[in-house]
Design a protein around this ligand. Structure first.
Ligand code: PXG
Length: 310
């Protein structure tokens, strides 16, 4: 020891009440959940992840998240050492072990332990981490009044560098953009692609409403194919509101009647300013309110039930 004080005080709760974390097939107490400094997930951001919500005792669109996780892994030549069914079981067990009816699951698959050197083929086995906890991304007030956005100078990387569909452990591009937003006093930032078209936000997809119709950038603009985005497109269909994918510039946001963002952590949240310019009335609009209400209704029954634990 270098005489430094440890950052986290020991958990005073009895062992059975402590947060349990899944690592490589074992459920460990939070304090014991540790991985190697030689894991390439840490050394190179080499790995993939998913963020998933639990609402009212149901895991929202678990299968879609698992499919995306395995596709991200496949895209980076990483074979997850357990099947998708085993991953589903491990996820349900971790949620049950933490007695969560509402919360947030983080699945992390690292390249695994290797040597100092990029070569991923020297890492024999990917590491599996499942955290089931809670998340609150934006203050409650922002869901009432709407977010203020900026346009980030940091662009989404070209798909020729790395596919935006890979939810990799290297989120520095998004982190840099998030720093810009926060330093500008905003909560989220619009990210443009290399050509200057709107791709998405740092951790959310974006929708605008204009003359009663809804528009969102196509995935080919460089955003993640968001699972909340997909759910909202379905909701809009059920509400009889037309939703069109369209390449957009900042002009389309400045001139929109309403704007909202979607994401696992954010859910559906209104945005009322971009670059200090007011969008529409400057208040969350009626179409956004309808979508928010329908989304809250959807998450009550659309999901895999969490197994009961006494
Ligand atoms: N774009 C990006 C770049 C994302 O990372 C979304 C859009 C929305 O996709 P889903 O499938 O979640 O609707 C994401 C996902 C966080 C956090 O801590 C962000 C995400 C996931 C988990 C945590 O901000 N974003």
């Amino acid at each position: 020891m270098l005489g430094l004080k440890s950052g986290t005080p020991p958990d005073a709760r009895p062992r059975y009440l402590r947060m349990k974390i899944h690592i490589d097939g074992q459920l460990l107490d939070k304090e014991d959940a540790k991985i190697s400094v030689f894991d390439h997930g840490l050394l190179y951001g080499d790995g993939v992840f998913e963020g998933i919500r639990i609402y009212h005792g149901r895991i929202f669109r678990l299968n879609a998240h698992l499919k995306r996780l395995y596709e991200s892994a496949r895209s980076i030549c990483m074979e997850i050492p357990i099947s998708i069914e085993e991953m589903e079981k491990a996820t349900l067990e971790t949620v049950a072990a933490n007695n969560l009816q509402d919360g947030y699951i983080r699945l992390v698959i690292t390249r695994g332990v290797g040597s100092l050197g990029l070569n991923p083929f020297q890492c024999p086995r990917p590491g599996i981490i499942i955290i089931a906890s809670t998340i609150s991304l934006y203050p409650a007030e922002r869901y009432e009044k709407g977010l203020n956005l900026i346009t980030c100078a940091t662009r989404r990387p070209t798909p020729a560098a790395l596919s935006p569909q890979v939810k990799s452990l290297n989120y520095l591009n998004n982190v840099m953009a998030k720093i810009e937003a926060i330093q500008a006093g905003c909560e989220e930032g619009i990210m443009l692609n290399e050509q200057g078209y709107v791709a998405e936000c740092t951790g959310d997809n974006v929708f605008v409403i204009k003359d009663g119709q809804v528009y969102t950038p196509p995935i080919s603009a460089g955003g993640l194919d968001g699972i909340t985005r997909q759910a909202v497109i379905e909701i809009l269909g059920q509400l009889g509101i037309r939703c069109t994918e369209k390449m957009m510039t900042r002009h389309d946001l400045f001139t929109a009647d309403e704007c909202f963002l979607t994401g696992t952590a954010a859910e559906v949240i209104p945005a009322v300013q971009l670059d200090r310019r007011v969008i529409g009335s400057g208040k969350p609009g009626p179409v956004t309110a309808q979508v928010v209400a329908a989304f809250h209704e959807l998450v009550k029954h659309d999901g895999t039930p969490v197994p009961y634990t006494a």
